[in-house]
Design a protein. Structure first.
Length: 525
């Protein structure tokens, strides 16, 4: 008699992406978590609407002890969306740059742009004028939301062209969202000492046509028009780092962003009562989905740090009883290296997840010994709106990318022939899944190089080399373009780095190639 399928049994009806070669990792899937994840087919702004309706008085953001409720967060986002439409002329599908450090205004600006039916172009706040010039020209944006501390880099581009170009700037002042102990938002004299000077800075917005202070844009109380967008509209246009040329825009729809915003919360069994330490930059897809849009989908609370500071991070965990911290290896290394750290203050944490580089074994052991938690590593790209692979929380493997997430088909192929390699052998990692971008922004040539068809499916070529073990877990070998050819032998820098990390005296290491007259290339750490 046939048995009915359960959540632990793969079903081609429930999850058509699952294939026989996925079988090994399903044996180690998180208990109680379904193999297939049904995703909301809605606009991302709807996530905020639902959470604000369910939990209107609940803290949405906490910024140096200043709390913004879901009700007030949504109201400010709608007022800013109205300004973008009524004053800046933003229409459906227009791109709007978002240029600031982590702050309540970054998150509000993200949802305001979406509410205006426009496309968010998240920008690294370290970018300078010439880099911003490329992003503006390539995206075609005419409007930017920019923080006061970064305004000097934007002003040279404002109305610098006779026709087109950057026309409108809405300028945010971080201190507008920091309330002093006496309840006065205009005074920062009595806010916590740990608040950096650039956050304390009072409002100074130049009087210039086409430039408006954020608070004045909100005060206009323009009502946005009816929401017209749908799940397959472009929502976010993050740009790659540009290591192999000019940065390229990755076209992500509401649906692709939703995949990882929802998927991460389910994988780690998070609820609306979770509190997140949001220290990863929101402009990066990992921070955007895991530390902002995912928690807001839940109705959870995000405790925001504008920049990484290990003392501020420890204080946030202690004061706000943080349960979830999505981070990168370098932050954890620095955090645990703090001689003043009191591990007793970290007992509220139940999940520390991240990636960016392999976690040194000595640091992972200390984290487990002192905090009682494993560092749950994962893997993803800008092109996949963060994670495609994660370790299962109950059975993580050290220095491992994890296993393919919900409905992700990931394989290891020969980078030359495109054929799948046997388990255990190294090759290029390719991925097919609901979080993979639609393609590069107006760049069909780049699309042709980035995608490969295997068995009728469109796979993204990651450019990363890896292998799959007998349990179906993926491990990174290295970047395809980082391979060192020493006297004809292939040397993978990541493997050398992992060996070095076994020495507890080594906190961080980077292995590179150097020219060698005899060997062609040699290895340098």
């Amino acid at each position: 008699m046939p048995t009915a399928p359960t959540d632990r049994t793969p079903s081609t009806q429930l999850a058509p992406a699952l294939a026989p070669h996925f079988a090994p990792h399903l044996a180690h899937w998180p208990p109680g978590v379904p193999h297939h994840l049904s995703l909301p087919g809605t606009h991302l702004f709807h996530n905020l609407e639902v959470s604000a309706a369910r939990y209107p008085d609940k803290p949405c953001t906490v910024f140096f002890d200043t709390v913004l409720s879901y009700r007030d967060f949504k109201a400010e986002a709608e007022a800013l969306a109205g300004h973008l439409q009524a004053v800046c002329g933003v229409q459906r599908g227009d791109r709007v740059l978002l240029v600031m450090q982590n702050s309540p205004q970054w998150a509000i600006g993200f949802y305001a742009i979406l509410r205006a039916d426009a496309v968010v172009v998240p920008v690294n706040p370290m970018n300078r004028t010439e880099e911003l010039r490329h992003l503006l020209a390539d995206s075609g944006a005419a409007v930017a939301l920019v923080a006061q501390d970064l305004l000097d880099e934007m002003l040279p581009l404002h109305r610098s062209q006779p026709l087109g170009g950057l026309q409108h700037l809405v300028v945010a002042t971080y201190s507008d969202h920091v309330i002093s102990a006496d309840g006065d938002p205009s005074s920062t004299d009595s806010v916590p000492d740990i608040v950096p000077d650039f956050v304390r800075a009072p409002r100074r917005v130049p009087a210039r046509e086409g430039v408006v202070a954020w608070c004045d844009a909100i005060a206009g109380r323009h009502a946005p028009g009816p929401l017209q967008g749908h799940a397959d509209d472009i929502a976010v246009l993050p740009y790659t780092s540009g290591t192999t040329g000019a940065p390229k825009g990755c076209v992500h729809s509401h649906r692709t962003v939703m995949a990882n915003s929802v998927g991460g919360t389910v994988w780690f069994n998070r609820t609306q009562d979770a509190s997140y330490l949001s220290a990863l930059p929101f402009f990066h897809v990992t921070g955007l989905t895991g530390s902002m849009s995912g928690p807001i989908y839940l109705g959870a609370t995000i405790v925001i740090l504008p920049r990484w500071n290990r003392e501020a991070a420890a204080a946030a965990v202690r004061r706000h009883r943080i349960t979830t911290w999505q981070t990168i290896t370098a932050m954890v290394v620095d955090f645990l290296a703090n001689p003043a750290l009191d591990v007793a203050d970290l007992r509220s944490l139940s999940v520390i997840r991240g990636g960016g580089a392999a976690m040194p074994e000595a640091v992972a052991h200390r984290l487990h010994a002192e905090v009682g938690l494993d560092f749950i590593e994962g893997y993803g790209m800008t092109e996949t709106m963060a994670a495609t692979h994660l370790n299962p929380p109950q059975r993580p493997k050290a220095q491992c990318l994890g296993m393919p997430l919900f409905d992700v088909d990931s394989r290891v192929i020969d980078p030359v022939t495109g054929t799948e390699v046997p388990a255990g052998e190294s090759g290029e990692i390719v991925v097919h899944g609901p979080q993979v971008m639609q393609g590069y922004w107006r760049d069909p040539q780049a699309d042709a190089a980035a995608f490969i068809e295997i068995g009728g499916k469109r796979f993204l070529r990651t450019g990363d080399l890896g292998r799959v073990d007998e349990d179906g877990y993926f491990f990174m070998t290295d970047r395809l373009k980082r391979m060192i050819n020493a006297s004809g032998f292939k040397v993978w820098p990541a493997e050398v780095e992992l060996l070095m990390f076994r020495n507890p005296a080594i906190q961080e290491a980077c292995v590179i190639s150097m020219k060698d007259a005899y060997r062609g290339e040699s290895v340098k750490a």
